[in-house]
Design a protein around this ligand. Structure first.
Ligand code: SAH
Length: 211
């Protein structure tokens, strides 16, 4: 990225480290990512608050703490190829693309995808491939992935995503409706182990027509 770290982004990274984010590389990526670019001008003044914010179409840009936490969990597996479900604003993709060699991201709302693609291009992030489609189906012809991150809450773990995980791969996914938990599912051969990380609050992973 060509962006110079802003003081606000650096301060936010500092707060995330106080909140328990340990990975220096994740904190660096957060401090170098201009979150205001992923928001409407009217909300830009809130860009460095540790909260989720609306991005239109009933969707939200995730809370910076959870972006950092999920990224940190994923990086523990040193993935080469990563799939994100729910491109949304593109902010999580921007953080990830600075830390992994190749990112694939899927979004079901065309207008959000178009804006995210423009922002990421503007930040000179070119290791991202975009798909307009249903995240429940993953991205079959780019699989397997060393890691998959879902940024919307699924009613259950999508079996198709498990199939698209490489051996020793990891899936980070919020699961549930009113009460959601962030899960880390690890693959060893055909065995999947699931751990609860923490309680979270995401918009739903929609099951239905593309928009
Ligand atoms: N990672 C995003 C978070 C956006 S909120 C960011 O950093 O801004 C979750 C996103 O998931 C929304 O954009 C929503 O449209 C998308 N989404 C929900 N259900 C989906 C599905 N079935 N397939 C693909 N994307 C989906």
């Amino acid at each position: 990225m060509s962006q110079v770290a802003s003081t606000s982004a650096r301060n936010m990274a500092l707060k995330l480290s106080e909140a328990g984010i340990l990975s220096a590389e994740v904190l660096k990526a957060v401090s170098e990512t201009p979150r205001e670019l992923f928001l409407d001008a009217a909300l830009a003044h809130k860009a460095y608050e540790n909260t989720a914010l609306p991005i239109g179409q009933g969707q939200t840009i995730s809370q910076p703490y959870i972006v950092a936490r999920m990224t940190e969990l994923l990086l523990q597996h040193q993935p080469q190829s990563v799939l994100e479900i729910g491109t949304g604003s593109g902010y999580q993709a921007a953080v990830l693309a600075q830390l992994v060699p190749q990112l694939y991201t899927v979004e079901r709302i065309k207008s959000l995808q178009i804006m995210a693609r423009q922002r990421l291009k503007r930040l000179d992030l070119h290791n991202i491939a975009f798909k307009y489609g249903d995240g429940w189906q993953g991205w079959r012809n780019r699989a397997p992935f060393d890691a998959i991150m879902v940024t919307a809450a699924a009613a259950e773990v999508p079996s198709e995503l498990l199939k698209q995980l490489a051996d020793n791969g990891v899936l980070i996914i919020p699961v549930g409706e009113d009460h959601q938990q962030l899960l880390r599912v690890t693959r060893r051969g055909d065995k999947f182990t699931s751990e609860v990380i923490e309680s979270v609050k995401f918009v739903p992973l929609v099951n239905g027509e593309l928009a």
